[in-house]
Design a protein around this ligand. Structure first.
Ligand code: FES
Length: 115
């Protein structure tokens, strides 16, 4: 069973998951890593689930087109969209305190109302 270590806001959360587990799906049904994993759409669109892979990344598949679209250069820094990953090996992840801004996020809409 893969062991998952999730670092978030200075705390470390550890758990074992079944082989081929999607952590966002698990959090959605209130199982580990709930409530410590931030996520949103579950579909690779919002980037709220983005984490940096600290170790175990060599077992992950290449980023899919959604990850490339939302993460862009952050892929080089080791970020992945957790909702797009099925965990088959031990992995260590770090989720930033603040969600990253997806590459496809619209520019700020403040003050754009027009008459
Ligand atoms: S939860 Fe929205 S991109 Fe992963």
């Amino acid at each position: 069973m893969p062991k998952v270590v999730l670092h978030r806001e200075g705390q470390v959360h550890e758990g074992e998951v079944k082989d081929n587990t999607n952590l966002v799906v698990m959090a959605g049904i209130r199982q580990f890593p709930y409530p410590n994993l931030r996520y949103g759409c579950g579909m690779g669109k919002c980037a709220r689930c983005a984490c940096r892979v600290l170790s175990g990344g060599e077992h992950l598949p290449e980023p899919n087109w959604k990850e490339k679209k939302q993460l862009g250069p952050r892929l080089e820094e080791g970020y992945r969209l957790i909702c797009q990953l099925w965990i088959t090996h031990d992995i260590e992840l770090l989720q930033d305190k603040d969600p990253i801004r997806p590459m496809t996020a619209p520019a700020t809409t403040a003050g754009t109302a027009s008459g």
